[in-house]
Each structure stands twice: as structure tokens, then as C-alpha cells.
Design a protein around this ligand. Structure first.
Ligand code: HEM
Length: 432
């Protein structure tokens, strides 16, 4: 395959053909092997294509990923530096655009601009009351369990993991259930990059603007109100786009984290017996997932601010670099092949690192831990209802999530004083 820059260095140039990170041959199971092949062939930084015509560098080395995330002066977050975009070489319908298009939010800013928005977002998240959050998660989880308990079986991806973070994050932001569902559909439509995307993006903007106006008028005890009253004095537009980032960054990642942790608890005999014997905790299972199956396996992107030698490659100013979070976690320098992460070791890179590291690690862990604990206690004899080899990952170079997790159970414990038996509406396309 010819790279985009045959006459110069850069991803896919000359002697180093870029490897596609997408396509029908790459199902979710094939990617870990591909990372190792890339590491063998190119070292810690490899040329890849992430969509038709879009070349980038995939950073696979643990040490290199730390440098990529920490050294903002060399690696910017601002997609307006991206050569392919500046030169009009990214097709307007490219699936990558909705993920990396610039918006006035912390994820796309560097330096002072970033610190200003980050302070507001981090402060707002740190004000979330842990007891209340746990209660919100438990109540929502118990309602979901009640909605399928009588059937004696469920698919824990669509019926549980995919619904729970959504409900919790909408509550955190101060949206009611119905508006939250509308927002979810509008965001899904926006990133789908199809004919309805522009309309979906308008609907998303309108819902969030209404929320912002409402919270300016009558502030509440929620993340949106905390953002609005923060001394960083974000404009309404900035609040809107930072809310979108929180929603998009927080929803699918937490869904994946919950479902994959449940899979480990259901299938890993060592873990099952250890949990019963009390040596390993749900937190250990959550950590194992962050090491082995990070919910975001690859994250776009950084842009080189100057020509530089990086991980043995000639990277040019304006090249795109992808954070290879899953590959960096299995870098033989930090984790020997086949080795198991040491319990309590959190030097994985599932949450990124440096100034943009995920600011929601504590609330996200609390949501995931409560979700897992609640269902384990309510359905104590839950077991997988298909052979483990039939469990498949969703096909995506970005997200690492299970497509399905079918279980059966006979003895639901449903003494639920505070859980009303009203199943919340399923997101569109998931009703059965
Ligand atoms: C309540 C749930 C969550 C919320 C609200 C949330 C929010 C955010 C926000 C606002 C950012 C941008 C930070 C910045 O640019 O300064 C971010 C970054 C990120 N988050 Fe989260 N997040 C959540 C859960 C998760 C989970 C469960 C994971 C994976 C385990 C995760 C992984 C990441 C990663 C990899 C980044 C990018 C770091 C980088 O660019 O260096 N997040 N998150």
C-alpha cells in the first residue's frame, strides 16, 4: 500500500507501508495480535491507516506513550494542526472526522486554554457526592435487574451495561430521563456521520442549550450547574461542548468496563473462587480489565508540533499520532508476554496520562464497581448461557467492548425496597 506522503517521511511513507487498523478482516479478536506484529516490524511507533486515505502513527510503546501524553510542546491536542485536514485531504464524510473535528472543549485545547477548561470540568466532577452517586447507580441497576429478572435470562450488554452509565451520567449532568434519552440518540446520530448527522447535531445542541439556560436560571446540585458557576467563567458554548465531551468520553467507556469485568467474573475460574474466598476484590477485576482490555483501546489523537525523531520514526509537523493504550499496556517492557498484571499495580494507561488524563477516574470506578456489585448480589447464581468462545468483541479499532454477554440465573434476590419496578425506556434500536 502506498502512503499519503511517498516523497517524504511520515506515516506510510516510502519504506514503511502503513497497516490498516480497520476493515472486515480485523475483528475485535485480531487486534491484539496485530499490535504485536506492528511492534515486531516497526518498534514502538508504527505507521497505520485509520480510515480510507487517512495515515497516522500508532504509538505502541509504554514509554513512548507516556512521552506523547506528557510533552504537549511536541504533541498538541488541537486538530487544526493536522496536515491532512489543513490540506483538505480528509473527505468530508470520513468516519474519523466526528471524533477529531475541533470544538471549543478541553479535549481539543493545549496549555492555558486547556488548563482553564480542565479546572472547571475537574472541579465539577470532584464535587460529585460519592454516597449519592452510589445510591443513584444502585437504584438504576436494581430497576434494570427487576425489568428482566422474571425471565431467568438476560443479555447483560444491551439489558444492563449499555443502559446504566447512560442513566447515571444524564442524572449527573442534571437531565431528566426522557431528555437524557433524546440526548443519547442525538449524540449517536451526530457521530454516525450519515445524512442525518447535521440534523442530529442541531438536536444535540438544542437539548444542551435548553439545559444550560435552565441551569443558569435555576442552578441545581449537578455537574452542569457547577460548570456554569466556576470562576473559569466558561461561555455557554464552551459549557455545551465540554458537556458533550463528558458524555461521549464517559458513556461507552464505562459500558465496556462494566461488561468486560462481568465477563471476567463469570469466566475466570481463578477470579470466581478468589472472590468467594475474599482474596481478590471486584476492584482487582476492574483493574485487570484496564490492563488487558482497556475500554478505549486506541484513542485519537495528538498532532506533532515540529519534525522530530520519535520511537525510531521520522515524524513530521502536522502528522497525526494515535494513543495505542491497549498495545502500550502489553509492552513487554512493562508486562512480560502471557504475564498477569500484579494486583494493585495501576501503571496501565487505560485512562491516558499527562495533563489530559481522564478526570473522571474516581466517579467512573464508583459507577462500574457499584454496577458490578449490585448485579452479583441480586443474581448470585448467574452464569454464562453460551460457551465462552462464542463471546465476541464489537468490531472497532477504538472501543474495546463486548457485543453480547448472555447469562441465565434461577434465584434472583429481589427484596428491593427502594427500586420501583418500572423498566426505563430502552435506547432506540435495542428494544426486544
Ligand atoms: C463518568 C465517566 C467518564 C467521564 C465523565 C469522562 C470524562 C473524560 C474527559 C472530560 C476527558 C478529557 C480530559 C482532557 O482532555 O483534559 C477524558 C479523557 C479520557 N478518558 Fe474519560 N471519562 C469517563 C470514563 C472513562 C473511562 C471508564 C475510561 C477508560 C477506562 C476513560 C478513558 C479516558 C481516556 C483514555 C481519555 C483521554 C486521555 C488523553 O487524551 O490523554 N474515561 N475523559
Amino acid at each position: 500500500m502506498t502512503g499519503l506522503f511517498p516523497d517524504r517521511a511520515g506515516p506510510g511513507a516510502g519504506r514503511c507501508p502503513a497497516t490498516p487498523l480497520y476493515g472486515p478482516q480485523l475483528d475485535g479478536d485480531a487486534l491484539p495480535q496485530l499490535y504485536e506484529e506492528l511492534r515486531q516490524r516497526h518498534g514502538p511507533v508504527a505507521p497505520v491507516t485509520i480510515a480510507p486515505g487517512i495515515d497516522a502513527w500508532l504509538v505502541l510503546g509504554h514509554r513512548e506513550l507516556l512521552r506523547l501524553t506528557r510533552e504537549e510542546q511536541d504533541f498538541s491536542h488541537d486538530p487544526r494542526r493536522w496536515t491532512l485536514l489543513r490540506e483538505g485531504r480528509v473527505p468530508p464524510d470520513s468516519p474519523i472526522l466526528p471524533m477529531v473535528g475541533w470544538r471549543p472543549a478541553l479535549l481539543f485545547a493545549d496549555g492555558q486554554q486547556h488548563r482553564r477548561m480542565r479546572a472547571a470540568v475537574a472541579d465539577a466532577l470532584s464535587r460529585v457526592n460519592g454516597h449519592e452517586l452510589r445510591r443513584t447507580v444502585r437504584t438504576a441497576a436494581e430497576r434494570l435487574i427487576v425489568s428482566f429478572a422474571e425471565r431467568g435470562e438476560a443479555d447483560l450488554v444491551p439489558h444492563y451495561a449499555r443502559r446504566l452509565p447512560l442513566q447515571v451520567i444524564t442524572t449527573l449532568l442534571g437531565l431528566d430521563d426522557r431528555t437524557g434519552q433524546q440526548l443519547v440518540q442525538a449524540i449517536a446520530g451526530t457521530v454516525a456521520a450519515n445524512a442525518d448527522s447535521v440534523n442530529a447535531s442541531r438536536r444535540m445542541g438544542a437539548i444542551l442549550m435548553r439545559l444550560i439556560e435552565e441551569k443558569r436560571r435555576a442552578p441545581g446540585d449537578d455537574v452542569t450547574s457547577a460548570l456554569l458557576r466556576h470562576p473559569a467563567r466558561l461561555s455557554d458554548e464552551e459549557v455545551l461542548h465540554n458537556l458533550v465531551v463528558m458524555f461521549v468520553a464517559g458513556n461507552q467507556t464505562t459500558v465496556n468496563w462494566i461488561a468486560t469485568t462481568l465477563r471476567i467474573l463469570l469466566t475466570d475460574p481463578g477470579f470466581r473462587s478468589s472472590l468467594a474466598g475474599g482474596r481478590l476484590s471486584v476492584d482487582d477485576a476492574l483493574d485487570l480489565v484496564l490492563w488487558r482490555f482497556p475500554p478505549t483501546q486506541n484513542f485519537p489523537a495528538r498532532y506533532a508540533t515540529r519534525d522530530l525523531r520519535f520511537g525510531g520514526q521520522d515524524v513530521r509537523a502536522g502528522d497525526m499520532l494515535i494513543l495505542g493504550l491497549a498495545a502500550a499496556n502489553t509492552d513487554p517492557e512493562v508486562l512480560p508476554p502471557g504475564g498477569r498484571p500484579v494486583v494493585g499495580n495501576r501503571s496501565h494507561l487505560a485512562f491516558g496520562a499527562g495533563p489530559h488524563t481522564c478526570p473522571a477516574q474516581d466517579p467512573a470506578r464508583l459507577i462500574a464497581r457499584t454496577a458490578v456489585d449490585t448485579i452479583r448480589h441480586r443474581l448470585p447464581d448467574m452464569e454464562l448461557s453460551v460457551p465462552e468462545r462464542e463471546l465476541a468483541w464489537v468490531k472497532s479499532p477504538w472501543s474495546k467492548g463486548l457485543a453480547a454477554l448472555p447469562v441465565r440465573f434461577t434465584d434472583p434476590r429481589l427484596s428491593l425496597p427502594d427500586a420501583a419496578p418500572h423498566p426505563p425506556a430502552a435506547p432506540q434500536g435495542e428494544r426486544r
